[in-house]
Structures are given as C-alpha cells and as structure tokens.
Design a protein around this ligand. Structure first.
Ligand SMILES: Nc1ncnc2c1ncn2[C@@H]1O[C@H](COP(=O)(O)OP(=O)(O)OP(=O)(O)O)[C@@H](O)[C@H]1O
Length: 575
C-alpha cells in the first residue's frame, strides 16, 4: 500500500501505479486503505476538488466497487470451502475430481453393478469373514447398521520421493446400533485415517461411507451431525476450563439451553472431572485431558461415538471408569454405536462386541472376540511358574562350587589348574578361607564352572560379549559381570538353579506335548503354545502336568485359549 501510495505521488510512476492498482485491489485490505488515502488526498487539496468528487473512480469509487464485488466473491468462496472440504488441492484430489466429472457423462450405474466392485477390490487372500462382510455390505443387506463403509480408500500423495502411500485400502464393514466395534491394528495400519475420513477431516480417495444413509462424501455435514469424535491427540483450547469446554461443545451439538447445566454436570460426574471443573485445560494432567476429550465426544448423546485410543495415559482406575461409561453407552443402552481404536487387548476384550484387525491399510479379520479366538487361536496357551529356588539347594551348590574351587588334594588337576591358567593365580581374587558371601565369580571362573557342571552353553548367556536375554535375570547378571568383573557366588548359584528348573520343565513339556512352541519368559514364568490335536484334551494336559508337578517344582500353572494378543501378534507378524 505504501509503495503504491508513493508511486501515485511521483509523476513518472503514476500511470504504472494506476495499472498495478487493478491487481492490488484484489486484496480487500488494499482497497480499504487506498480509498481512505484517496479521500485524505482530496481533503488536503492534493487532488483537484473541482474535477474530482468523493465517489469518482479515481477517489473512493474504485475501492468501493471492488470491495462490493469482493465481499460477494469471497463470501461465496468461504461457503464453498466450508461445504466442499475436498478443496484441498492435491494431485490425488484433482484426479478424483476429474474422475467424478468424467463420470457425470457416463451412467455408471449401468456399467458398475454394486457387487462388481466387490470382486474387483477383494483380493484372493482376503479372509473369508472379511469377504462375507464385504459382500453383505455391498449387496445392501446391512440390517439396522447405522454406519457402513463401502470400499473406502485413502491414498496420500507422495512426498519428496513422489511415492504415494495407500493408507486405507478398500475397507468395507458395517456397525450396528448398540455395537462396540474394536478397530485394532499395528502402528500405521490406517485406523486414524479411516476415523478421520468418517469424521470429515480427510476426504476419501475412493469409496465412501454412509452414516444414517447419508453419504459422507456428498453430504459430509449431515453425516457429521451424528458423530461424537475423540481424536488421538487432545484437541483442547488451552485457556478454557473443563466446564467451559463441555458447555461450548454442548452448545455446538445443539443441546437445549435449559439442559446445558445438567448435561455438563452429568459429564463432569461421569468422568470424575468435578474437582477439575474450573481448571484451564493446559493445567490438566495427560490422563485428565484424555477424560475431557472422551467426555466431549459423548456430550449431546450422539448416536455414533468414535474414540481413537481413548485410554492412552489414563491410570487403571480411570480406565475402568471409562470402560464402564462406554459399555453403558453401547451394549447396555443399545442405542449408540461405538468405534474404538486401541492398542490394549484387554480393553478390546472387555468392551468390544466385534473386532476388526487392520494391517497395512487392509482389514485382515473381523468377528466377535470369541469368534476370532476360535478361528485363529489354533493352540492352547500354557503358562508355568516354577517354585522359587530353595535356600537349601542354593547353599549346597555354593558349598560344592567353593569346595571344588579350593579342594586341591581331592581334585589334583582340574578346575583350580584351569583357573590358574585362565586368570594367572587366584590368590588375588579369592582368599583361600573366603566365605561364600565373599566369593566373586569372574568370567573365567564361570566358564570353568559351566564346563565342570556340564553345561557350557548355559553360561554363555552370561559370558558372551553380546549377552543373550534368557529372562532369568541373566541379562542383568551379564551386565554386572561386564561392569564389575565378577558376580557373587550366591547370585550365580541362584541363577544356575533357576535355569536348571526351567530346563527340566522345558524338556518335560517338549517330550509330553510334541509340537509345543516356546513363547517367552516374563521373568517369573514361562509360556508355551500347545497345538490342538486329536486326543489332546484339557483333562489329559492337566493330568500330565499334575503327575509331574512336584518333581518339576511347578508352583502354579494355567491353561487358556489363545488370547486376542496372540491373534493380533499373528496378524502383525504376517502383514
Ligand atoms: N498426512 C499424511 N500424509 C502422508 N502419509 C500419511 C499422512 N497421515 C498418515 N499417513 C500415513 O498413512 C499410514 C496410516 O496412518 P494412520 O495414522 O492412519 O495409522 P494408525 O493405524 O492410526 O497408526 P497408530 O496406531 O500409530 O495411530 C501411515 O503409514 C502414515 O505414515
């Protein structure tokens, strides 16, 4: 504006300026300032008052005209952007527009029967349940589903490497009222993208979803009207208090004025936020922010509630609280459909009536938790916790090792000789009269003891330069050995005996139940997967283990059907 003003005052640039002004006036701010400046010039007598009037084109006329036209154009543009959020210009959306425009000239209903797309998009390796859900939705037999997705696809345009990313591929399923649909998947599987499309934050590249029969692509507002959404990351206004947030969203969602106070109070109580009601949201802890986000999603009783990892950061009590609310909302009242994404299998198991597992943008399986367990859980899970190493056994082993280390006459040429060779004399490390508690086992001593006790492989977990995790606190011992140059004899003996126990259990399980696979330690117990096979009844497994329980030193054990977690891990490991 300043440059234009100065150019207008200089005679040689005045004509160029009057041409440039036509472009500058596209900015309403420029029009306004230019109009005022021209009026000021006229008033100061810098424009000829006899030949110029206030509303002349070169005084305020041009600015007023431009502002008039622009107010209409910009208003329509704003409306357009609001109504058609597809206006995010990307190569993919432009291509999509072109496809839609060209489809206008062709009656697609004649060439694309509904089920054709199902066979086109379903791949040969698609799970049978996923396929039948797809066929059911595409053939229109959706029962009383209030939300269904039809071949929903999202492709993100490529970044610098120009590789496009298929985030969601041909997703088809339906959700009924009163259902809590668990949308599980690995990181980057496409869950959030799907939910964002349902909520209108993202535009589908292909396919669409229907909410109460309204297409989210052509009628996003009407569709969105029925949704309460708790995004993955809290979208809170820092300086609004908890109560103000709830009041704001209650108004946005059209709760009647006279009910707002009750509705807000109800949510504050329901989510245990009463004591934080007057705190600005930036002062809340992560878990309480999450509670507020979930409360916002549920305010106004929307018939569809979409919760993207709602329990992240909540403590176990708050989590139970929220589970109670969700389950009351969906299954008990039977009116609301809940779509829930979570990485907690316990949460999915506790809440979801149906579960879909996504991997790499595709739905890999769908069904009730029990159905998934029965179909994909082709094994039983056996968890065994051995008894603790007894202090008597530990003392005995310590004594034997110490005697072996110092009893030169009875073992004239064995361990001590080896040790002397290895460490160049033991006197500096172990006094001859050392008590058990004082003996520190060096790396070389551990190797020799392992050799003498007949299991060199086992001690490698401690002595290897890259310690292997064996789950029996071996990793910590290996670290200690590396750091301090030795570990106490008692600690070594405890570790050795614990390994003995686990080895005995391991060989018993492998020989008694062929085909069993080891499924990890959690420090205290060991897990196995037993394959289902003819004649292997629960009674037979219990009988076998009970018969050997005391001999093997088993403190407790459990046999269970495959958990959701193992099924999820199976899909995650086979993308
Ligand atoms: N705006 C974007 N541009 C490009 N790629 C994106 C964009 N948003 C997501 N993606 C990609 O799409 C894929 C799906 O992402 P999405 O966030 O939907 O996964 P998710 O299943 O929700 O994962 P998480 O469990 O980690 O939240 C990912 O590979 C991600 O990198």
């Amino acid at each position: 504006m300043v440059i234009s003003f100065i150019m207008g005052l200089i005679e040689t640039t005045a004509s160029v300026n009057s041409i440039l002004k036509n472009f500058f006036r596209i900015s309403p701010g420029f029009c306004f300032a230019d109009g005022l400046a021209s009026l000021a010039l006229l008033r100061q007598g810098m424009k000829d008052k006899t030949s110029h009037a206030t509303f002349d084109w070169n005084v305020a006329g041009a600015s007023i005209c431009y502002l008039g036209v622009e107010s209409i154009c910009y208003f329509l543009l704003t409306l357009g952007l609001e109504v058609f959020p597809t206006c995010k210009l990307t190569p993919v959306t432009v291509k999509e527009w072109w496809r839609r425009i060209s489809n206008l000239w062709v009656d697609t209903s004649l060439v694309e029967p509904l089920l054709k797309s199902s066979s086109e998009t379903a791949t040969d390796d698609e799970d049978i349940d996923v396929q039948s859900e797809r066929n059911r939705v595409l053939s229109g037999s959706i029962g009383n589903a209030i939300l269904y997705l039809r071949n929903l696809r999202k492709v993100y345009p490529g970044g610098k490497d120009h590789c496009t990313k298929v985030a969601v591929d041909s997703l088809t399923f339906s959700v009924q009222a009163g259902e809590c649909f668990g949308f599980l998947g690995t990181n980057g599987a496409g869950k959030t993208t799907t939910l964002s499309m349902l909520c209108g934050e993202e535009t589908p590249t292909e396919g669409t979803a229907f909410i109460f029969g309204k297409d989210i692509s052509s009628n996003p507002k009407a569709a969105r009207h029925h949704i309460g959404y708790c995004p993955q990351f809290d979208a809170l206004l820092e300086h609004l208090t908890v109560q103000e947030h709830l009041e704001l969203y209650a108004r946005i969602k059209g709760v009647a004025d006279y009910r707002i106070n009750d509705v807000v109070k109800e949510k504050l109580v329901e989510f245990d936020l009463l004591k934080h009601a007057d705190k600005p949201s930036y002062t809340l802890s992560g878990g309480n922010k999450r509670k507020l986000s979930v409360a916002i999603a549920m305010i106004g009783d929307p018939p569809i509630v979409i919760l993207d990892e709602p329990s992240t950061g909540m403590d176990p009590i708050a989590k139970r609280f929220m589970w109670e609310v969700i389950s009351r909302l969906s299954t008990r009242q039977g009116k609301t459909a809940v779509i829930l994404t979570t990485h907690s299998m316990n949460e999915a198991q506790a809440l979801c009536t149906r579960i879909g597992i996504m991997v790499g943008g595709r739905l890999r399986c769908i069904g009730s938790p029990q159905h998934l367990k029965t179909r994909f859980g082709n094994h039983l899970e056996l968890e065994i916790k051995p008894t603790e190493v007894s202090s008597v056994d530990m003392d005995n082993l310590c004594r034997v090792i110490r005697e072996r280390l110092f009893d030169l006459p009875s073992h004239p040429r064995s361990l001590l000789d080896d040790l002397e060779v290895c460490i160049g004399g033991i006197d500096s490390i172990i006094p001859v009269e050392a008590s058990i508690a004082e003996i520190s086992m060096s790396r070389e001593m551990i190797i020799s003891v392992g050799c003498w006790l007949g299991n060199e492989e086992r001690v490698k977990t401690l002595t290897s330069s890259r310690p292997l995790s064996d789950g029996h606190f071996g990793e910590q011992l290996a670290e200690q050995l590396m750091r301090d140059g030795g570990i106490p004899l008692q600690v070594f003996s405890e570790w050795w005996l614990a390994r003995e126990k686990f080895s005995a259990i391991d060989s018993f399980i492998s020989s008694s139940f062929p085909g069993t696979t080891f499924h990890g330690f959690n420090g205290l117990s060991v897990k196995y997967q037993l394959p289902y096979r003819e004649g292997l009844s629960l009674a037979a497994i219990f009988g076998r283990i009970e018969g050997n329980r005391n001999k093997l030193g088993i403190a407790e054990y459990s046999i269970s059907q495959s958990t959701l977690e193992t099924i999820f891990n199976h899909f995650a490991a086979n993308p």
